[in-house]
Design a protein around this ligand. Sequence first.
Ligand code: SF4
Ligand code: MG
Length: 325
Amino acid sequence: KTFRSRQSLWDRLRGQPLPIVRALNGVTLEVARGETLGIVGESGCGKSTLARCLVRLYDVDEGRIRFEGGDVSTLKGQARRQFNRRVQMIFQDPFGSLNPRMTVGQILGEALRVHRMRPAAEIALRMQELLDLVRLPPDSLDRRPHAFSGGQRQRIGIARALALEPDCLVADELVSALDVSVQAQVVNLLLDLQSQLDLTILFVAHDLRLVRHISHRVAVMYLGQVVEVAPAEALFSNPRHPYTRSLLQAVPSLDPTQRRAQAAVLGELPSPLAIPSGCAFHPRCPHAIDRCRQERPRLRRGQGSGEAACHLADSLPAWRNEAPA
Ligand code: SF4
Ligand code: MG
């Protein structure tokens, strides 16, 4: 039966243009050198898509991504290689992104050679430096990824990215597959590396507490749009967008009696194929008014230090968070 209904869906789609999902819509963000920008939102909000667009794994068909003022989609040849070197992505699953047949030395050596970062004679020295930077034992070079723990593999991934001497790291759910205690180690390593190497970091994650800890500023995404962006402390202590408030209330509580109430805060996310009119959050928003159904709110400044895309951002009741910080 399932087969048949799939078949008929296929029949209906055959010859039809495929539906276009706008994964990102009107996202405007700036990141300053040396800054950590956290990007949060429920799964499916477009945060991974945004991360992939930033490192040019995906092309954007409208809009622009600028790096040091230049449009990255027009980069060619040497300039493009420079960009690919200077902006590095580190992935959630280090096992999937590290070749299991290569030793750590080969993995790092390859990165160094492909981008001709160093004369061959210096490569061995540089590999030791990299191990030092990510706090892996000096004898790691001859071992393969499976000989390491999850947290260590993540360090290998970071070392490989650093081999190219990037200015900017884009981390997508960098530590979400790791145990909580290991998460803290990797995140603290990242913070140390940032101040040591003056890195700019885009930290995409769904764990709000982690994002608060690591970020200077935080952007909240909802259905492909940025709905609020503010300095981390301001965002967590005085969120101005109703969606941000719901997210903070939904932070899972350790107290089981509170859990059900929190799960009920958000309800179901609308399909990206049918994004609601006006403010995309209006079907789930406890404050929605008529205007919200018709007019899409733009991201703008108001009271406080950030920007929010909500018609009522400055007239909501004062925020009082019942969830634990
Ligand atoms: Fe809610 Fe309206 Fe603000 Fe959207 S614009 S978040 S629906 S109050
Ligand atoms: Mg994702």
